[in-house]
Design a protein around this ligand. Sequence first.
Ligand SMILES: NC(=O)c1ccc[n+]([C@@H]2O[C@H](COP(=O)([O-])OP(=O)(O)OC[C@H]3O[C@@H](n4cnc5c(N)ncnc54)[C@H](OP(=O)(O)O)[C@@H]3O)[C@@H](O)[C@H]2O)c1
Length: 307
Amino acid sequence: MKTIRLSNTNLDLPRVIYGCWRLADDPSGHEPAHVQSKIEACLELGINAFDHADIYGDYRCERIFGDALRQSPGLRDQMTLVSKCDIALLSGNRPGHVVKHYDTSPDHISSSVERSLENLATDRLDLLLLHRPDLLMNARQTAAALDQLIREGKVRAVGVSNFTPSQIELLEAFLEAPLTVNQIELSLLQTSPLVDGSLDHCQRTALHPMAWSPLGGGRLFDADDRSAVRVCEALRTLAHSRDMDGQEDSLTQLALAWVMTLPSDPTVIIGSNRVERIEAAAAAADIVLERQEWFTLYEAALGHEVP
Ligand SMILES: NC(=O)c1ccc[n+]([C@@H]2O[C@H](COP(=O)([O-])OP(=O)(O)OC[C@H]3O[C@@H](n4cnc5c(N)ncnc54)[C@H](OP(=O)(O)O)[C@@H]3O)[C@@H](O)[C@H]2O)c1
């Protein structure tokens, strides 16, 4: 699997990353042995980075994953662990929350990281992201809290998610450590980062874009969704022209390759619970689309030709 080196760090991300948001929803369950087998399948494919957040699975997914690591501690050093904090959900697991909100205060960041470390059965996160921009963020204090976590060795590198370029610049103005990534929604069904400045900013600054829900969270294959149907038709035609079989797996591969062909070199975070679909996605890392192939899919995404 090709990897991407995050600038100003010694961290490498595989082009295809496994996202753990849906871990608790796996119809085959989430017993440690089952989760371990999924982790091992990913590692064998070269998918050696796992994307978490404190809130995934109503605050349960990190522990589910950590239980597999507790059972097989040797796995930890074979992977890059990413997690996030700052969204505060209304949840029976957080009875103190009376409204959904964001929290980038130093206290919240540090207590959330402590919990993530404990749940994930590890002594360090390789990458910590602020999950969403917090309108009450005091950038100086938030930056100091992130730098402190790096100094303590609890976090190796920091980044953000769903931030605009100006929100990134605000945080960077106070941060000693480099901001390494912006994790954003990006797919053939969510093309706004191509034109809202997010990807331009990444290319200009070497901030790495991680694309979440690169298959639109499965919407790409929804037969009742008109844009998805149009995009799938274009993917199928392209698959045939490339001597691929035109079945769902080849459409997945081309849809992921469409994201990875962008010049800011995004990684894609996939979320299927099925090992055969994870295998199909891993193969996308080797596909590069030609310029006119890429624009054919973009046209299908837009629903009209470019001006
Ligand atoms: N930073 C953020 O704000 C944010 C937000 C959302 C997500 N994320 C990250 O992004 C990761 C991926 O998100 P995602 O799960 O929405 O990604 P995705 O890969 O776009 O969607 C995966 C979903 O699509 C379904 N699916 C249906 N047909 C499929 C097919 N042919 N191939 C593959 N999947 C198919 C999967 O179901 P099956 O399991 O049945 O295959 C699964 O439910 C998350 O785990 C999380 O780490 C980040």
